[in-house]
Structures are given as C-alpha cells and as structure tokens.
Design a binder for this molecule. Structure first.
Ligand code: NAD
Length: 482
C-alpha cells in the first residue's frame, strides 16, 4: 500500500485506495492512496509554507541536494528498471534512457542557481537605476503522464524547483509510483526540505477534484501539464476561468521525410527507433513516413526486416524491445485504426495483430487519405506506422504539416543544407535533420506548437517558471508634472 507524500511525510494509509496493474500480466502491482481535495489542499499548503525558505536557499545548498538526488537515481538503476517494466511495460532500452536523462537533468539543473538572475536597464530619469530580476512564482502544480513516467515526472517538478518554486505532483493513476512516488523516496533520501515536493495520488475518478484544488488555490501559480490534448482542453478551459498559467506538453503526429538523397540504411534505423521505442507510446514517436518514390521499395523492405527482428515479450527480459501496451483501451485503439485502414484498402506490410497486450509493431502503406491513422487529425498512441511514397518533396513537406499537431519532425537527406532549408519551413517545435523524431537530451528544449502545446523544457523553462520583477531605485528628488 502506497501513500501520499505531503510535507516530507508518508501520510496515513487509512483512506480509500485504488489498484495499479502490471500491464502485461494484469496482476495487481500495487494499491495506492486515492487522494481527495483535502489531501491536495494539505499538499498545496505544505508547498506554500516551504516556498520562501526554498526560494531564498543559497545556490550551493540547493546544488548539493540536486547532485545527491542524481547519485541516488544512478545507484537505484536496477530497481528503477524493474519498476518501469512492471508498472508501465517499459523495455530496458527505454527505462535506462529515462534514468540517464533524469540524472543528467538533475546535474544540469543543479548549477542554474549560479546563473545571472537579471539585468540592469538604463533609465532616462536622472538618478534612477532599474533592475529586472527573475523571481520564482510560488507553488507549481504538475500532472504527470504514465508513458515516459520516470523522466517526465522529473521534468514536471525538477525544472520549477531548480528556479526556486515548490511543487505538488498528481501522478498518472496508471503508473503512480514511477511517475511520482519513487521521486519522493529519492528526494527524501537526498534531504530536500519538507514541503518542497509533495505527491498526491488519485483513483481515475478522483482526478478532477485534485485539479479543482490546483485551479482554485491562490498559492498555485502555474500548472505544468504533460499529457494528451484532450485532457489539456478540459483543464485549459478551467485555467481560463481561474486566470491560471499552464505549461502544456502534449502529443504529436510526428512525420519523417526521407528525401531521395538519403542514406536508406540510416533512415531504416532512425524510423525503426523513432516509431517503435516503447511500443509507440511516446509523444515523439514517428507516426508517418513520407519517402521518396525512388527509395520506397528498398526502404519498406529493409524496415520490415528490421522491425520484424525486434524481440517482443516481457520487458523485464533485457533482450526484449517491444513490451505490452498499457491497457486494453490502448490495444483497442490500435486495432480499430489498423482495421479502419485495411477496410479502406490499405496494404499491411507487417504486424496487425496482438497477443494479449503485446501488439506487433505494425506498418501500413497505400493508406487512403480518409483513414484515421493517416489523416494526422488525431494522435495514434501505439505501434502503428503509416508509409507514403512521394514524387515531389514540396508536396511531402506540405502534407507532413497538414496536421493540427506540431511537436517533432525528422528529415533524412544526404545534403545537410537541403535538410536545414526544409527544417526552417517546418511548423514544429522540434526538427531533426538526419535523426529520428524520437530524441531527447536533458539540455534540449522540448515542446510543441499548435495542438502539441506550449512551453519548453530544459533551461528555457525559466520563461515558464519565473516572473520578471522590475525594481527601480532613485537617488534624486522626483520631478513631477503636478
Ligand atoms: P492523459 O491526458 O490521459 O493524462 C495526463 C494526466 O492528466 C494524468 O495525470 C491524468 O490522471 C490526468 N487527467 C486525465 N483526465 C483528467 C481530468 N479530467 N481532470 C484532471 N486530470 C486528468 O495522458 P496520458 O495518457 O497519461 O499520456 C499520454 C499523452 O501524453 C499522449 O497524448 C502523449 O503524446 C502525451 N505526452 C506528451 C509529452 C510531451 O512532452 N509533449 C510527453 C509525454 C506524453
């Protein structure tokens, strides 16, 4: 039984609970506390009370805590790999990727307290000096998703904390331990002051009540949301009424364009990784490939062979690359989209079926434009990739952007200048030339445009998690018009 973490304490476990299941075996993995509005109010109050001391802590003292947390993350690697496999179906490749990124982000953020905090502005008024300083906001409330659970939870609270804010996290109910509770264990061991980081878990039906406390609490200044655009719309409407700032890291329909001068082998590797890491359940996974017709057949044949060589099974096995989808709903979404495409006349290259929740990596071609999986209107969140041949690169670029999303894109080409020129015209938060759509480094600002959200991760999140304070001081008597 796992409880909330509020004001540095694991709270009393006497209240109602909700179950968390292993996505592969469907066995009970853990019972967690089903949080209420009262739990959330207590967590917000603890974060608010901890704010001033945390915001004014010397940069070296904060740095030591972040560095210690990074060491603990690395020390606990094997345990975390097991946790992410059992709770979220993550392969070792995906969990170790997240662990590396998390430790790197902690170590980078550890130094931010020493960076310049503002500017001096010259004033036209004699004797006046003006300074503009970055100030933390107060309490940042965060929603974490289940999919890249471990890393994305760090990203949700660590960035605001590095700029002097305190936090309350509402983890995903599908993976509450790897998307929040294990972080509380790590920060408690590292010695973070009570109240700086709080976690309230919830049963699915309890999410709205927790969100309502975040929106209605004056102490909560920003809501940092990572999840789907559907949930973001619900929360965004409420945020509008509360005049509360939100950072939105949402989904994508991430295209890859393979130009006629691209290296086919490199393109096959980039697309296999980009489309099928974590069974296609990452916001940055490649959903559609536009490939120059001259390369199409070789690319599809090579991709099919590489994808069919990926081992499928229990992600606890370190040789397994493709684990289970998170639940039956996720399997049903992919099955329905594959059926829809095939019913409309698409060609199945590989996959198209599941063994329980182990859905085969699936590739379709010749997909009619009105099929759900190819239109780009709605994110497909699983191992389904659409391939389309093109004759005209301009047409491919236009089609690749004909989607309400704009998170990440990939261009494969033998000509860097050509790739950069095309990248410049992509309406997307991220474009990789000669790399997969799926790429992350702690220092790189991840974020989308259009329905993929707003805000950026890494150091650039200073824009989202601080406010500018203008302070002036005058050394001469004022000159007033009346
Ligand atoms: P989700 O939107 O279902 O849930 C996200 C969070 O919102 C969870 O904590 C959930 O409990 C909460 N939530 C859901 N409905 C709610 C409601 N009515 N009121 C209050 N809270 C509610 O998303 P998910 O399935 O957990 O994650 C997958 C989605 O997240 C995909 O769309 C993916 O692309 C996106 N994502 C984006 C990024 C990014 O960096 N851009 C990263 C990871 C995931």
């Amino acid at each position: 039984m796992r409880t909330h973490f509020i004001n540095g304490e694991w709270t009393d476990a006497s209240g109602p609970t909700f179950p968390v299941y292993n996505p592969l075996s469907d066995e009970l993995f853990e019972e967690c506390a089903a949080g209420t509005a009262a739990d959330t109010e207590a967590a917000v109050a603890a974060a608010a009370a901890a704010f001033h001391a945390w915001a004014s802590m010397a940069p070296g003292a904060r740095q030591a805590l972040f560095l210690k947390a990074a060491d603990i993350v690395e020390r606990r690697t094997e345990e975390l790999v097991t946790l992410m496999a059992a709770e979220g179906g993550a392969s070792r490749a995906f969990s170790t990727f997240q662990i590396r990124l998390s430790a790197a982000m902690l170590r980078q953020a550890a130094g931010w307290g020493y960076l310049p905090q503002g500017d001096v502005i010259l004033s036209d008024t004699p004797g006046r000096t003006a300074t503009v300083t970055r100030k933390p906001l107060g309490v940042v409330a965060g929603f974490t998703p289940w999919n890249g659970a471990f890393y994305l939870a760090w990203r949700t609270f660590l960035l605001p904390m590095a700029f002097g804010n305190t936090t309350v996290i509402k983890p995903s109910e599908l993976a509450p331990i790897s998307s929040g509770l294990v972080h509380a264990e790590i920060l408690a061991e590292a010695g973070f002051p009570a109240g700086t980081f709080n976690v309230v878990t919830n049963a699915p039906e309890g999410a709205a009540a927790i969100a309502e406390v975040f929106f209605s609490s004056p102490a909560v200044r920003v809501i940092n949301f990572t999840g789907s655009d559907k949930t973001a719309r619900i929360l965004g409407e409420r945020a509008g009424r509360a005049l509360k700032r939100m950072v939105l890291e949402l989904g994508g329909f991430n295209p890859a364009i393979i130009l006629d001068d691209a290296d086919v082998e490199e393109s096959i590797k980039a697309v296999t990784f980009g489309a099928f890491l974590h069974q296609g359940q990452v916001c940055m996974n490649t959903r559609k490939v536009y490939v120059a017709r001259s390369l199409h057949d070789a690319f599809v044949a090579g991709l099919k062979a590489r994808v069919e060589s990926l081992k499928i099974g229990d992600p606890i096995d370190p040789t397994v690359i493709i684990g289970p989808l998170i639940n039956d709903r996720a399997v049903a979404q992919i099955a329905a989209r594959v059926k829809d495409a095939l019913d409309r006349g698409a060609t199945l290259v590989t996959g198209g079926y599941a063994d329980g929740r182990l859905y085969r990596p699936t590739i379709v071609t010749n997909v009619p434009a009105d099929a759900i999986c190819t239109s780009g209107a709605d994110e497909t969140f699983g191992p389904l990739l659409v391939i389309e041949a093109f004759d005209d690169a301009e047409e491919a670029l236009r089609k690749a952007q004909d989607t309400p999303y704009g998170l990440t894109a990939s261009i494969m080409t033998g000509d860097r200048a050509r790739g950069l020129a095309m990248a410049d015209r992509f309406d997307s938060g991220i474009v990789h030339v000669n790399g997969p759509t799926m790429a992350s480094e702690a220092a790189l600002p991840v974020g989308g445009v259009k329905n993929s959200g707003w805000g950026r991760s890494g150091y650039y999140s200073i824009e989202d998690f601080t406010e500018l304070r203008l302070t002036t001081v005058s050394t001469e008597p004022g000159r007033y018009p009346f």
